[in-house]
Write a protein that binds this ligand. Structure first.
Ligand SMILES: *Cc1c(COP(=O)(O)O)cnc(C)c1O
Length: 797
């Protein structure tokens, strides 16, 4: 049975459904419908076809008594959904045809959909890829998160500087979701704990409702569909009529305003934690609702609460939902008569924790007094967890220490499995942040190297390469990505190479047309497209890239008749609004772009562009068009990276450090197809002991000294000598991220890249070898790893 039989669909059916929804659901006549109306109608017609597989999956899970996976994540960086669904249902051609018959351009309609940007970057995008793979593998699963009213802010540049405005994806209705007003839980905060008949009784001072919204997530070829359940905060009392009657109209709305604040906005910072009360409330809000929901389902199905671990696996995506441990213990002890030991044991059997960072400033901790005020019962439970942990292991690691509640330690102690997200990162987790806990709980730390869904990050975003792959090795690779190794037999085949270049060229033209339309910038598509797209952070070292750009500009100016390889350097990424140095780096990139792009001497060799507001949709245009992937983080600081995987899969070799998943990418695509440079993680640690290293590195590098001198001299800031004193001061005096130490090595490696790029055959082979070698990085492989090693969950097939 084909997927089309299964969902009973022809282009005519789809066209009929779209027309019917336009009229009956949207209330518009075709002659007056806007692009937005057409998009709504198309989405609803597609959604209809997801419902059957969705119901069938729920039924099979229930009937087969299958274990369910609950993936708790503060962020889901989803992007647009129309193409996700048409691709997984395999109805893209039909949708194009149906829209055409209705006088509409499918691709224009698709572009009208706003990104669901409920995440900051890699961590949230990982959760979205995992949802796709869980459905593709037919593993019964729920994603649980927050239905933020405002996703990640929109980024603008004013005079080269980042400004932010609120994002508003829910200003229009989100057609993919189903509201579930009957699924609502009371979530409490504050108050005090009393004792009645030897039982603790939490008397909270504040209560909000967590109300469910479900989005079906359909897998490849509609074999299975899971649910993404997002919680919205609502008041238990909608409106204060008493205040209204007194004439206090503002006060009358107070309960609603207060409650809704909790799911109002995504925190826009993924690398520091601020210890803000609202953030703690958000974390408890969605975690508590999710735990209550899964317990209700367990009970509804008639299972014994003592068998919870046989039916439930809960995965914590970072520490944001780490309160799940204490919350589950609270409910088991206070409502289900478990002893503390029994409850701790049960919670641990259910919980897994994924660590995403070693950066100390990103490890969540809460002031103990704030925590105890917001969650008094949980605070007491954490003290008990800590006591039992110390008694059982003799460890001197505490969860509550120096007036803080440390969420990493809590998550670790409460999980039966803790995993890092790349081989190097998992090793460093054992050696550094959780060194002592690893000794107290040997074998608890595992590795599950991240992955990306090939449906979105190749099949959907790169139709040109998709077609070539299928023509060359047939179908089947979409859900068995390691089959891409079959391409290896064709790497030296001249006609394959030519077709590979043609696909890349199509994608570069598409990017150029997009940029022309968006910002009236013209790109030289014969130049190398050198791309660095990711959040702006010191450890990711966009400043290393822009300093190298300036040095290259100097060299070209010194020798304009040299054999230069034309490059377009493309940057994309947002800085957290409060991260001053990251914002300076953005401004520097824009200032350098303005100077270099207007230089008639270098113009034909070097161009710098930085389109504003990088998001998933932009990534889908940039990645297929990339020739060179910049993955230049300070070794030991990038946990895995997934942007590196997307780019390499799409035929863009990496220039990178031995960091995160770069290490494994290099192993899989072959060292000869990867441009390695820089200090290793161990060398970086050694280097930092070497007092005055940055000043020495700068002084011994004529190129770097010259570049820093130009910045200080105001070459890129209209003569303003102070605009970049923060960056310069940092580089000379601290340079914790070792930009100065890696500079010369990076510059030299870039010149090697230039030389190889001029050898078209060699470069094409390298790019195609990247595609061929990246199959292992499918998130399907990652999810199989979690299912086997951590969840004990099975595919229902
Ligand atoms: C993949 C992705 C990321 C993660 O990129 P890294 O290079 O791994 O940091 C961030 N943002 C978006 C929009 C992505 O698609």
């Amino acid at each position: 049975m084909t997927v089309h039989d299964k969902i009973a669909l022809t282009a005519d059916d789809l066209q009929g459904d779209i027309s019917r929804h336009l009229k009956l659901s949207i209330g518009k006549d075709a002659s007056h419908a806007s692009l937005h109306d057409w998009r709504m109608a198309l989405s609803l017609a597609l959604r209809d076809r997801v419902v059957e597989p969705w119901f069938a999956s729920t039924r099979k899970t229930y009937d087969g008594k299958h274990k369910r996976v609950y993936y708790l994540s503060m962020e889901f960086l989803i992007g647009r959904l129309i193409e996700d669904v048409t691709i997984n249902l395999q109805v893209e051609d039909m949708a194009v045809e149906a829209m055409k018959a209705l006088g509409q351009d499918y691709y224009e309609v698709v572009k009208e959909e706003p990104d669901a940007a409920l995440g900051n970057g890699g961590l949230g995008r990982l959760a979205a890829c995992f949802m796709d793979s869980l459905a593709t593998l037919a593993i019964p699963a729920y994603g649980y998160g927050i239905r933020y009213e405002h996703g990640l802010f929109e980024q603008h540049f004013e005079n080269g500087q980042q400004t932010e405005t609120a994002e508003g994806w829910l200003a229009q209705s989100h057609v993919w979701e189903f509201e579930r007003p009957e699924v609502a839980y009371k979530i409490h905060f504050g108050g005090y704990v009393s004792e009645e008949n030897g039982k603790a009784n939490w008397n909270p001072s504040e209560t909000v409702l967590a109300s469910a919204y479900d989005t079906p997530v359909v897998g490849w070829q509609a074999k299975w569909a899971n649910t993404l359940r997002l919680w919205a905060a609502k008041p238990i009392k909608l409106f204060d009529l008493e205040s209204f009657n007194r004439g206090d109209y503002v006060g009358a709305n107070a309960p609603e305003r207060l409650a809704r604040t909790i799911s109002r906005v995504l925190y826009p910072d993924d690398t520091t934690t601020e210890g803000k009360e609202l953030r703690l409330k958000q974390e408890y809000f969605f975690t508590s609702a999710s735990i209550k929901d899964l317990l209700r389902r367990h009970d509804y199905e008639g299972y014994d609460i003592r068998d919870l671990h046989d039916h439930v696996a809960i995965q914590l995506n970072d520490t944001h939902p780490a309160i799940a441990g204490p919350e589950l213990i609270r409910l088991l002890v206070d409502k289900h008569d478990f002893s503390f030991d029994e409850a701790i044991d049960m919670a641990r059997k259910c919980l897994g924790y994924t660590n995403h960072t070693l950066l100390p400033e990103a490890l969540e901790k809460w002031p103990a007094d704030l925590f105890a005020r917001i969650l008094p019962r949980h605070y007491r439970i954490i003290e008990i967890i800590q006591d039992r942990h110390i008694a059982a292991t003799g460890s001197d690691i505490r969860i509550i220490e120096h007036g803080n509640v440390k969420m990493g330690e809590l998550a670790f102690i409460m999980a039966h499995s803790v995993n890092g997200v790349s081989a190097l990162h998992s090793d460093l987790v054992k050696e550094t942040v959780f060194h002592d806990l690893n000794a107290a709980y040997p074998n608890r730390i595992l590795n599950q190297t991240n992955g990306i869904t090939p449906r979105r990050w190749l099949y959907s975003c790169n139709p040109a390469l998709r077609g070539l792959i299928t023509d060359t090795i047939g179908t089947g690779w979409e859900s068995d990505l390691e089959r891409l190794t079959d391409l290896n037999a064709h790497l030296d085949d001249a006609s394959f190479q030519e077709a590979y270049r043609a696909a890349k060229s199509t994608n570069k033209d598409r990017l150029a047309a997009w940029l022309q339309e968006r910002s009236d910038v013209t790109l030289d598509t014969s130049a190398m497209f050198d791309i660095q797209i990711k959040r702006i952070h010191e450890y990711k070292r966009q400043h290393l890239n822009i300093l190298e750009t300036i040095a290259l500009w100097n060299d070209i100016r010194d020798n304009p008749n040299g054999n230069w390889t034309p490059r377009v350097k493309i940057f994309g990424g947002k800085a957290a609004p409060g991260y001053a140095l990251a914002k300076s780096i953005i401004r520097l990139i824009n200032d350098v772009a303005a100077t270099i792009n207007n230089d008639p001497i270098t113009r034909e060799f070097l161009q710098v562009v930085y389109p504003e507001n990088y998001n998933v949709s932009m990534a889908e245009i940039l990645i297929p068009a990339s020739d060179l992937s910049e993955q230049i983080s300070t070794a030991g600081k990038e946990a895995s990276g997934t942007g590196n995987m997307k780019l390499s899969l799409n035929g863009s070799p990496t220039i990178g450090t031995l960091d995160g998943a770069n290490v494994e990418i290099r192993e899989h695509v072959g060292a000869e197809n990867f441009f390695l440079f820089g200090l290793t993680a161990a060398e970086a640690t050694e280097k930092r002991k070497d007092h005055g290293y940055s000043r020495r590195a700068i002084e011994s590098s004529p190129k770097l000294s010259r570049v820093l001198g130009q910045i200080a001299g105001g070459v890129f800031s209209n003569g303003d000598h102070h605009r970049y004193s923060d960056i310069l001061h940092n580089l000379y005096e601290h340079d914790y991220f070792l930009v100065s130490c890696d500079f010369d090595n990076y510059f030299a490696k870039q010149r090697e890249v230039d030389a190889v790029y001029q050898d078209v055959t060699r470069w094409t082979r390298m790019a195609a070898a990247n595609t061929a070698g990246m199959g292992w990085f499918s998130s399907d492989r990652t999810i199989r790893g979690y299912a086997d090693d951590i969840w004990g969950a099975k595919s229902v097939e």
